[in-house]
Design a protein around this ligand. Structure first.
Ligand code: DGL
Length: 269
């Protein structure tokens, strides 16, 4: 992948892309890491949830859409802040466009390096856990670790609903995470959050877990990768302000607006 070694980009433009609000968990870390960057956040909510589409449908949707977004916003770097898309379309995007892409893929390697009980679960969408990409990560990095793949049909949609102010029953969330907790001779001690929506529910996941585990959110690592690719930061520059929010449905999203405003506020403070 092309980088920006030794070249200082002043106020680079970063395009952060997800199917919905989940990528905001990645955007938050990017704003913290590179406050001077101009961020454009695009949620393809007209096609949400990605986890319910076939691989062929997603490739046919995301690759041309990304072409339009690159033409419209001329980003210096694109972050695919969605595991369901990254595990499928990253190679297609890199083949089609010359802008650097950073993806979000299940953090199986660090989880298996850290697990003490050697039992790790990967919680993602049904699409992500079925991908060959995810299976290859397990073959390459699990070693002696037992990895349980949990494809949640509803958790991304429940997260969106919760963010939109709907009240979501604890039992509905508990049912989605229950298969992650394998209790045999050794218990699961790490759950990989392999969908960018899930960290938005972290407090509830922690509270509803049958026993305490480490939940791995890859967002800080993704932000570090973005920052390295952009090159030395321009610490002297003022923060770029609120990220721009675009929803492919054309709908307004007050909860997301408030959230991105709070990210920008935090770095300006
Ligand atoms: N945020 C997306 C991910 O990381 C998925 C949500 C969806 O199904 O659209 O996988």
């Amino acid at each position: 992948m092309r980088g920006y070694d030794r070249q200082v980009l002043k106020n680079p433009t970063i395009l952060v892309f997800d199917s919905g609000l989940g990528g905001l968990t990645v955007l938050r870390e990017i704003v913290r890491a590179r406050p001077e960057a101009r961020n454009v956040y695009v949620a393809d909510d007209a096609y949400f949830p990605y986890g319910q589409h076939t691989e062929a449908e997603l490739i046919a949707r995301v690759v041309p859409l990304m072409g339009e977004l690159i033409a419209a916003h001329a980003p210096d770097l694109v972050v695919i802040a969605c595991n369901t898309a990254s595990t499928l379309v990253l190679s297609h995007l890199r083949a089609a466009y010359s802008v650097p892409f950073v993806g979000t893929v299940p953090a199986i390697k660090p989880a298996c390096e850290r697990s003490k009980t050697r039992h790790v679960s990967v919680l993602g969408t049904k699409g992500t856990v079925q991908r060959e990409y995810t299976r290859a990560l397990i073959r390459d990095f699990a070693h002696d670790c037992e990895v349980t793949l949990v494809g949640s049909p509803r958790l991304a949609s429940l997260t969106e609903a919760a963010l939109n102010g709907e009240s979501i029953a604890d039992a509905d969330i508990a049912a989605e995470i229950a298969p992650c907790f394998v209790d045999g001779e050794a218990r699961t001690d790490i759950v990989v959050l392999a969908c960018t929506h899930y960290p938005l529910l972290l407090n509830r996941l922690e509270r509803l877990a049958p026993w305490p585990v480490e939940w791995i959110d890859p967002a800080p690592a993704i932000a570090r990768r973005v920052s390295n690719l952009l090159g030395p930061d321009s610490a002297s520059l003022p923060p770029a302000g609120d990220p721009r929010l675009i929803f492919t449905s054309g709908r307004r999203h007050p909860a997301a607006e408030a959230l991105v405003h709070s990210f920008a506020d935090e770095v300006a403070a």
